[in-house]
Design a protein around this ligand. Structure first.
Ligand code: NOJ
Length: 566
């Protein structure tokens, strides 16, 4: 197996708007990030994935790019970006930029020109179509709500936007579009960055006849005609050849709705498409009826185990590699979602950290999860900035499904993407040490308890525990390259697995409940404990493996002996 740097890297995701504000405008910026490189070193991570920092009108916080070769004014300048790359590299940290190939901002020069006339040389950069008897060209729905088409008065046609109206979809069937992108990507690589996270990259190839979605009654009409579209693999192979070939960089695709079959094509190393993908099984499985306007459904730990195991198998069977994440800027805070953000906030955040950092695949830590940051309780729509929530709410109102915010307060408080975007909590100061000004999004009131300064001083904190986990992962090849084997498969309380390396074997035991739980290892004849490497409780007893009781949300990591192997 090739041992590229990104296989053993621990990657930390920075949402720049909310990380650290250096100039008091209430918005995080590049200099703010530079000032916290010491923290990244202290944490021990190897690479940063930076959400978009390009010039943007911010309809969707930077995922609507106006100019790919310019930095957003609020974040700083290109000189500061170059300085950030140098400073990170000086400290041995790599930088992965977010890149948005599926759509631009409607203020991008290409779109502005494409709007001027049906004959514009840029018309073919986007997907323009005539209406259908006064209706949009087809019944596809935007992933943010409402029709995926917007009518333009001037030229009398509609353009496709799978996200907001401010994010027109590009036409990847146009070779000029592809060449523009490869050129921009090479330009960025020339600045010394170490790779890209490619936003919704499996949506770039649309079925060119844009058919009505008559059979699909699912929550996302149209998706079967644009997810993993007809030419997607060809375009990714072309991109690989044009941009990545021969370089030591990484390409990580964000791939919503991806099946394991399709995924194996994206990541199989012999196909030269992507190095890793973010699948959505882990972050979509608890949606009730697939949607975001209901509270999450009840779920069972065995479902999570099955998902993790299924994806491990996809990677190992196809000579590919997994990207492992539990949360990001589009999802609720992991401790609220999968853990217990009340009495066992600390312990359950540590359990989730142990899962992330000991299971197979490259781990992506989302900023603030290493502190156990929680969801925010939104009590009015004014507190919400997320375009997906705002548009979704408007649509619900129009359809008469809801009259006022109070009716959906709990739902928004659970799902809203702003939960993950509240400012990073550096200290217990009024604005959490994030800014001297007025933060663009409210700071979570629990900043008094949950913040870097306090957690640094406490040996038992979530932060201290993450640091230990990170250094353990680095010291143990078994946690990086070892085979993954699920044990206690049907246990609904304990997530347990082995990582079997060439020199040693690790065993992770995680109690996913708020009760003390006994466990009985089915492999007890073959397992012999060697050493407890880490736990979030002080484990005093010398239990034998056939008689272990885990405390509520207890995590343990052992190095073990397998009788038949090491
Ligand atoms: C996925 C990004 O993670 C999300 O934040 C964004 O809204 C959509 N892609 C559209 O670019």
């Amino acid at each position: 197996m090739e041992r590229e740097w990104w296989k053993k890297a621990i990657i930390y995701q920075i949402y720049p708007r909310s990380f650290n504000d250096s100039d008091g405008d209430g918005i995080g910026d590049l200099t703010g990030i530079r000032k916290k490189i010491g923290y990244l070193e202290y944490l021990g991570i190897d690479a940063v994935w930076l959400n978009p920092v390009y010039d943007s009108p911010n309809v969707d916080n930077g995922y609507d790019v106006r100019n790919y070769r310019k930095i957003m004014d609020e974040f700083g300048t290109m000189e500061e970006m170059e300085q950030l790359i140098r400073d990170l590299h000086d400290r041995g940290i790599k930088l992965i930029m977010d890149f948005v190939p599926n759509h631009t901002s409607d203020q991008h020069r290409w779109f502005q020109r494409s709007k001027t006339s049906q004959n514009s040389e840029y018309r073919g950069y986007y997907i323009w179509r005539k209406g259908n008897n006064g209706e949009p060209p087809n019944n596809w729905q935007s992933l943010f709500g409402g029709s995926a088409w917007r009518y333009d008065d001037k030229t009398g046609e509609y353009y496709l936007h799978l996200f907001s109206e401010g994010q027109p979809d590009l036409n990847w069937d146009n070779p000029n579009v592809r060449e523009e992108f490869y050129e921009i990507m090479r330009w960025w690589l020339g600045k010394g960055i170490d790779g890209f996270r490619l936003d919704v990259v499996n949506l770039i190839s649309k079925n060119p006849s844009l058919p009505d979605d008559s059979t699909d009654k699912s929550t996302n009409p149209g998706s079967k005609y644009y997810v993993n579209g007809p030419k997607i693999h060809r375009y990714l192979q072309e991109m690989n050849e044009e941009v990545f070939l021969g370089s030591d960089t990484v390409a990580i695709g964000e791939t919503p709705f991806v099946s394991t079959g399709e995924a194996s094509k994206y990541i199989s190393s012999s196909r030269n498409e992507l190095d890793m993908i973010f699948h959505f099984d882990f972050v979509d499985f608890d949606r009730a009826n697939g949607g975001l306007w209901e509270l999450p459904r009840d779920w069972d730990l065995t479902e999570l185990k099955r998902i993790m195991t299924k994806w491990r198998d996809v990677a190992s069977c196809h000579d590919g590699w997994n990207a492992t994440y539990l949360g990001n800027h589009d999802n609720p805070r992991i401790v609220t979602r999968y853990g217990n953000d009340g009495k066992y906030r600390r312990e359950s955040a540590q359990v989730l950290g142990t899962l992330l950092l000991t299971i197979s695949g490259t781990p992506f830590i989302y900023q603030g999860d290493e502190l156990g940051m929680t969801n925010y309780n939104f009590s009015s729509l004014d507190q919400v900035k997320d375009v997906r929530t705002k548009k979704g709410f408007e649509e619900m109102k129009q359809k008469g499904n809801v009259d006022n915010f109070e009716e959906v307060e709990d739902i928004v408080s659970f799902w809203c993407r702003d939960n993950a975007r509240t400012p990073m909590q550096w200290s217990g100061e009024e604005k959490g040490g994030f800014t001297d000004g007025e933060p663009w999004l409210n700071v979570n009131p629990n900043k008094n308890r949950v913040n870097v300064e306090t957690e640094k001083l406490d040996d038992n904190s979530v932060l201290s525990y993450y640091r230990e986990l990170i250094s353990l992962r680095k010291e143990n090849d078994a946690l990086i390259y070892g085979d993954y084997e699920l044990i206690l498969e049907d246990d609904e309380s304990i997530f347990a697995f082995l990582r079997i390396g060439s020199k040693n074997t690790m065993m992770t035991l995680l109690n996913f409940t708020s009760e003390k739980t006994k466990l009985c290892l089915t492999k007890k004849e073959t397992l012999r404990r060697k050493e407890l490497l880490l736990s979030n409780y002080s484990v005093k007893s010398v239990d034998e493996f056939n008689n272990i009781e885990l405390m509520p949300w207890e995590a343990r990591l052992y190095e073990v002996c397998l009788n038949d192997k090491n």
